[in-house]
Design a protein around this ligand. Sequence first.
Ligand SMILES: *Cc1c(COP(=O)(O)O)cnc(C)c1O
Length: 223
Amino acid sequence: MTHIQDEIQAITEELPEGTRLVAVSKYHPSEAIREAYEVGQRVFGESHVQELQQKHAELPEDIEWHFIGHLQTNKVKYLAPYVSLIHAVDSERLLAEINRQAIKCNRRIRVLLQLHVALEETKYGLTTDECWQMLEQGHWRDMAGVEICGIMCMASNVDDEERIASDFERAHSFFLRARETFFAHQPSFCECSWGMSDDYPIALRHGSTLVRIGSRIFGQRVY
Ligand SMILES: *Cc1c(COP(=O)(O)O)cnc(C)c1O
């Protein structure tokens, strides 16, 4: 067993029923992914389109590729034929483009809406108000090529565990309200994507169903 394989197994054993591991393989070579694949890992997260294109071409067909990074609208077309879940949809414009490209490929692409709940300023992610408004306006209901399956967020990049827990809790309570209000008849709205190498144990206590773990498995990334 290699280090990667040990970590995959240790994390998978820790996960509660109903929670899945997204092994975040960005900046790591295809050989590292193969090692994880050999112990049964099938879900991998990447955040750069070109890198994902290359890995998708090289690696087994039954891998579920999750795109977890910021996605530019002009790149959606490259992923549309095969991507399994897009985690970080943060505008209606992006959602509409995913819809357009999915229809071209005869697919329905699963997506999550990214909430900005962290302390740090960033241009990515919707505020809870913006996200609620988008759901209320309802244009997504006419988009046959996308299926909104839940919420994604990143917690504040701090050591304060209470702050991290409260970020996840805000996202979780938003998820519950949205599910009740807009998705009561759509059981596929069920995913909460939060928790990374340093904070996933907290995420698991606050409703996470998808943990996105990179460095703990694959080691530090060399950029
Ligand atoms: C890189 C990345 C991760 C994984 O981070 P680690 O700290 O290496 O576990 C998770 N989510 C997103 C959106 C990322 O870009």
